[in-house]
Design a protein around this ligand. Structure first.
Ligand code: NA7
Length: 538
């Protein structure tokens, strides 16, 4: 769908992305009476849940908190099938939302934003798409999601492979027939784990190329009956409250008893109870010391290591699968379903890339230091340029022609992950230094950001103002506060996509604000309550 030039001239806001954030942002701004256009490169809504249609893709947050809260009718008429839903069901939900609220008429699909330039003279953004269209808008809101720029490692010989090579986030919508095939999966993060456990029984032979071993917690994923759904609905008022008051936007508070105030037996009994929940509770609603205290981290990590070891028959394979170089919860903890047992199968090999590195990709497979492994399909579950990759893929030019891409090569800076000094009227959801960038139940944090942005735009309009931009001092203060908290954590000292450590040469700084959801919300609300103090409002 293209936007006629005459219509494009009259826009109040352009939103890039029609995923979780973009759809809600559109709904919110429409309610304020704004003329809005959403642009998305995909052919449908859903963002992450549109693109990541690889086998086994599933949420690791329970469905009762992985949803919108803005409409009671929506809460009433949508029925989740189970605790953790698969990609297809998530995508159906976003399609339902788009239809229910008639959102599609303001969305341009199959369109990619290539550039956005701030026009000093008009005080508006000029946005250029790959179809050659130019949009003119007062506000620009990026709703790209923190994980939308896939990373394809620069393996030599990449183009010579005669089989199929695919990144999980670009999985073809028509699927890939893997039955009986020789398949290689590179990467054992949350995505790799889901793919591996799903395809292992179906493929002829599976070679898993693992760099860093990962912890994972067994998922308990019951299907819901009508009675379950009624009970979950009855708790929605409490759930809706709870997500705003917990550290990472889940609906359960963590342990309040300090880890070492308990006896060893009590500590282990508590860990067993948390483990038995079959959720991320042991990580995000367990002992907070996981994130700060090396001694507690060591004990909790040993508890999880024993759980993993117990499931793998060959002790040599177990030794490779048990993480030794980081503490439990200092990287993203995935949920799994039979993942570790995969390595007890005869048709699966684990290649430890520290022992046996990949040298290059050949026409027929992957050449490691020990020889060639013949493959029909190579699956790259190699992750994303998190937080920044979606934004730097667009040529964004702020005041005086400054380039975000170039500036962020030097240092990535934002104010509360919501705005950037030098880029007036640009709002960035899921950008670095907000919890939404990584360390949060994404729907909680993204909905908060949408609400903050909508209130801010509403404020400007009610006060006859046209422009908002954080001052350099405000931005510096937020960064200093962010760094001060980050430095206290073990997370910031661990290499992962949380710190940019998954990408060669990327700035090493914790992406996510780690003061917790309540503190972040308070900081944002304080700014709004004080008439956007620290921001230039003109
Ligand atoms: P992750 O968690 O970044 O995992 C990527 C995996 O790919 C991880 O095991 C990486 O090893 C591995 N990787 C990346 N580059 C290479 C190269 N060059 N060679 C070998 N192995 C490599 O991404 P996911 O998609 O699994 O998950 C992202 C988020 O999506 C997840 O946290 C959830 O929030 C949903 P490494 O660990 O860097 O040694």
């Amino acid at each position: 769908m293209t936007v006629p030039a005459s219509q494009s001239q009259a826009l109040d806001a352009v939103i890039i992305g029609a995923g979780f954030t973009g759809l809600y942002q559109l709904w919110s701004l429409r309610k304020l009476g704004l003329r809005v256009r959403v642009i998305d490169a995909a052919s449908g809504v859903g963002g992450t849940w549109y693109w990541n249609c690889y086998p086994g893709a599933r949420t690791d947050s329970p469905s009762n908190i992985y949803q919108y809260w803005f409409s009671d009718e929506l809460l009433e008429d949508w029925n989740w099938s189970q605790r953790y839903v698969g990609q297809a069901e998530s995508e159906r939900y976003f399609n339902h939302v788009a239809d229910r609220f008639d959102l599609r008429r303001d969305i341009s699909f199959n369109t990619r934003v290539e550039a956005a330039t701030w026009n000093e003279a008009t005080g508006r953004w000029r946005i250029r798409t790959n179809s050659g269209e130019a949009l003119d808008s007062q506000f620009l809101i990026t709703a790209l999601g923190p994980l939308s720029a896939p990373v394809v490692p620069p393996f030599k010989g990449h183009d010579s492979f005669k089989g199929k090579l695919v990144h999980t986030a670009r999985w073809p919508r028509e699927g890939i027939d893997l039955k009986g095939k020789r398949v290689g999966v590179i990467g054992t993060g949350a995505t790799g784990i889901q793919v591996i456990q799903t395809i292992a029984p179906e493929v002829g032979h599976l070679s898993v190329f693992q760099r860093t071993a990962n912890y994972a917690v067994p998922m308990i994923n019951p299907k819901y009956s009508d009675a379950d759904r009624a009970a979950i609905r009855a708790r929605y008022p409490q759930t809706r409250e709870a997500i705003w008051t917990t550290f990472v936007g889940f609906d359960e508070q963590g342990e309040t008893r300090p880890f070492f105030s308990l006896s060893r037996e009590e500590r282990h009994a508590t860990l067993e109870r948390l483990w038995a929940d079959g959720s991320l509770r042991i990580w995000v609603a367990g002992f907070m010391e996981i994130f700060f205290d090396p001694a507690a981290s060591a004990e909790i990590s040993d508890f999880v290591r024993d759980k993993i070891r117990a499931r793998i028959r060959d002790p040599k394979v177990a030794a490779r699968l048990v993480p030794q170089d980081h503490g439990f919860g200092t990287r993203r903890v995935p949920l799994e379903n039979g993942y570790f047992e995969v390595y007890n199968r005869d048709n699966v090999d684990l290649i430890d890339l520290y022992e046996t590195p990949i040298e290059y990709i050949t026409a027929n497979g992957i050449r490691t230091s020990k020889g060639e492994i013949a493959l029909d399909v190579i699956i790259l579950a190699t992750g994303f340029d998190a937080g920044t990759g979606g934004l730097t893929a667009i040529d964004i030019r702020g005041r005086g022609g400054r380039s975000l891409r170039e500036e962020w090569k030097q240092e990535v800076r934002t104010t509360m992950g919501l705005q950037i000094h030098g880029y007036p009227n640009l709002f960035t959801t899921s950008a670095p230094y907000a919890p939404a960038a990584a360390f949060c139940n994404a729907p909680t944090c993204l909905q908060h950001q949408v609400q903050w942005i909508s209130s801010c735009i509403d404020y400007l309009r009610r006060h006859g103002r046209k422009l908002i931009e954080p001052s350099a001092e405000t931005e510096q203060r937020w960064l200093a506060h962010h760094d001060e908290l980050a430095d206290l954590t073990l997370v910031a000292k661990t290499k992962s996509w949380y710190t940019g450590g998954n990408i060669e040469g990327k700035q090493n700084r914790l992406l996510s604000y780690i003061g917790g959801v309540p503190a972040y919300r308070e900081a944002c609300e304080k700014v709004a309550q004080h008439d956007y103090e620290g921001f230039e409002v003109a």
